[in-house]
Ligand binder design. Structure first.
Ligand code: GDP
Length: 437
């Protein structure tokens, strides 16, 4: 019989309410002992009552409810007790629960029980963690979808297992099942699986969903990069100075706009005749520009283009958005084609620029995108096995040779869903959880 476990499910510290969660076979006995005045305990009803210690002294007045197995988070009997927040009440409630035979839960142990009792898959358990640590609405939305459906990896694995059973049937009954038919079936099935895996295991989309996109502001000194960063952030973060070369390092700020997150990098102005300290900053700016998801190439529309503006325009690729800043001043030349007119000073065009940044960093099919690095690695492994199987079939190898690769692919996918995960893998997943979840 499993232990009965308890944990504080809300963050410790001062707060209006603290929630203590208890799960396991001892729950109803514990509730009866804690709330001796409760005449009966019905599941899914909210009770108000005085929680008492062993001597009958009141510890706190609580709101509590009971969920009977298997209709609970863990599929075991579960109770949640809401007591007053702060240092004393929650600790005393936990001491009381512990004195009645429950033990403190390990990190993620409630979710682990949900997994072990078959209520959720391993990837769904990981999604719970993603939801808790989500830093933007988009990341939370994606985690919620992963929690609700087991998604594409389970489908891909089922499809592969299906192909494997066809292959083995063709092997067992060669007179009844035509090998070329099975071969065609497997090739078309594999095409579908590889497409699904390629869409889902996209590290760039995963990173953008999880951490937000990296957006570098690039351009010559004094074009207004720091001012633009402030305009986007809406507050004075970067040092704005009319003297050239004030931004000597890369400043990074998280921006949350329309439920999405991105990191804005204000880089040192790139120019050739700079001092040593400034050169180091410029080097970092070059790197930030190279690795960014989006580069906002800032120009000063009130003056002619200089050689470093020209160089920046020459190296631009599809990640670049050209912004003509200082559009509040009289134009000093013709506007660069396709550039967005903005003014960091008056705010004109800044919202349109932010919208364009968000549009460029949109993750298309959030439903299928895997966000956990562990899952991405396994999906990529499955994809490369599926591709080897395809190559073997296309080269005319016998189907049962392709089956070897398919077993490997199915096993990698089984590690994602938990159907084939080893104890060590499972331990690793749950060790990242917080206590109380
Ligand atoms: P950076 O070196 O590219 O980071 O440029 P700064 O943001 O430090 O700005 C350089 C100078 O240009 C400062 O004096 C700013 O006040 C001025 N500036 C920046 N943006 C605008 C703008 O949109 N319009 C006007 N008129 N001046 C601006």
């Amino acid at each position: 019989m499993p232990d009965t476990i308890y944990a504080l499910s809300t963050p410790s510290g001062e707060g209006g309410v603290a929630v203590i969660r208890v799960s396991g076979p001892g729950v109803t006995d514990i509730l009866r002992a804690c709330f001796p005045n409760a005449s009966h305990i019905e599941p899914r009803r909210v009770y108000v009552g005085k929680l008492r210690d062993g001597a009958g002294e009141v510890i706190d007045e609580c709101l509590w409810f009971y969920m009977a197995a298997p209709r609970s988070y863990t599929r075991e009997d579960v109770a949640e007790i809401q007591c007053h927040g702060g240092a004393v009440c929650a600790r005393r409630v936990m001491e009381r629960v512990a004195s009645l035979g429950a033990r403190g839960a390990m990190p993620g142990e409630f979710t682990r029980r949900a997994f072990e009792n078959g209520r959720i898959s391993l990837s769904q358990a990981e999604a719970v963690m993603e939801l808790i640590s989500a830093r933007s609405r988009a990341a939370a939305r994606s985690a919620l979808r992963h929690m609700e459906t087991d998604g594409p990896m389970k489908r891909a694995r089922a499809k592969i297992l299906d192909m494997l059973s066809h292959i083995s049937a063709a092997d067992d009954f060669p007179e009844e099942i035509d090998e070329p038919v099975v071969r065609d079936e497997v090739i078309s099935g594999l095409n579908e699986v590889v497409r699904l895996l390629r869409e889902s295991a996209d590290p760039r989309s995963a990173r953008i969903l999880r951490e937000g996109a990296q957006v570098a502001l690039s351009g010559s000194p004094n074009v207004g990069k720091s001012s633009l960063m402030n305009a986007i952030l809406g507050w004075e973060r970067a040092i704005v100075d009319p003297e050239a070369g004030t931004t000597r390092d890369v400043l990074a700020e998280k921006v949350a706009a329309q439920g999405r997150l991105f990191t804005l990098l204000d880089t040192a102005g790139q120019r050739t005749e700079a001092g040593r300290v400034e050169m180091a900053g410029i080097q970092r700016a070059v790197e930030a520009e190279k690795s960014a998801d989006v580069v906002v190439a800032v120009l000063d529309s009130s003056r002619p283009l200089d050689p470093s503006d020209e160089a920046m325009l020459a190296r631009r690729d599809e990640r670049y958005i050209v912004a003509e800043n200082k559009c509040d001043l009289p134009a000093g030349r013709e506007r660069v084609q396709g550039a967005m007119p903005i003014s960091a000073k008056t705010g004109e065009g800044v919202e349109a620029l932010t919208r364009e940044i968000l549009r460029r960093t949109e993750v298309a099919d959030q439903e299928n995108i895997l966000t956990s690095p562990r899952q991405i690695e396994l999906a990529q492994r499955a994809m490369s096995e599926a591709e080897s199987a395809m190559a073997a079939l296309e080269a005319g190898d016998p189907v049962d040779l392709a089956a070897v690769y398919l077993w490997e692919a199915a096993s990698a996918l089984g590690e994602i869903t938990g159907e084939e995960a080893t104890e060590k893998v499972i331990e690793g997943v749950f060790s990242n959880f917080c206590v109380g979840k």
